[in-house]
Ligand binder design. Structure first.
Ligand SMILES: [Zn+2]
Length: 124
């Protein structure tokens, strides 16, 4: 009888420990999840602050920020060059008035309606 009681107690104690461990793990996972969400939120806010700061200081770049501003400008220049290259690959060009992507040879811009014929003839 004592033997079975002892086993019973051991099982109860093990189950209770396991329950506590599981609860600890769940609590810690919840906290980590919440922390990650807050970190993401913070990162987004910093990006937004950076974007606003960049927009507001383009014309008078603080001395200690010149390198960072240049990085943005260089990336922008390259992004625009890549967009242009992709347009050429896809057989598109850019409307000179509204900058919409337009199929090469189109007569009018589908977005703003600008007549495009003359512009292409001048380019060729
Ligand atoms: Zn257009």
């Amino acid at each position: 009888m004592d033997f079975f009681n002892a086993i019973g107690d051991a099982i109860t104690s093990a189950a209770s420990e396991l329950g506590e461990k599981t609860k600890e793990m769940t609590d810690s996972a919840k906290l980590q999840f919440e922390m990650k969400a807050k970190e993401d939120l913070k990162k987004e806010a910093f990006i937004e602050i950076g974007r606003k700061f960049y927009e507001g200081n383009k014309d008078a770049i603080p001395e200690d920020m010149v390198d960072l501003f240049n990085k943005v400008d260089e990336a922008d220049a390259r992004i625009n060059a890549i967009k242009e290259e992709l347009s050429n690959i896809k057989g598109e060009t850019v409307c000179p008035k509204c900058e919409a992507r337009v199929a090469v040879g189109a007569t009018f811009c589908p977005k703003c309606g600008t007549k495009l014929d003359d512009i292409y003839e001048e380019e060729q």
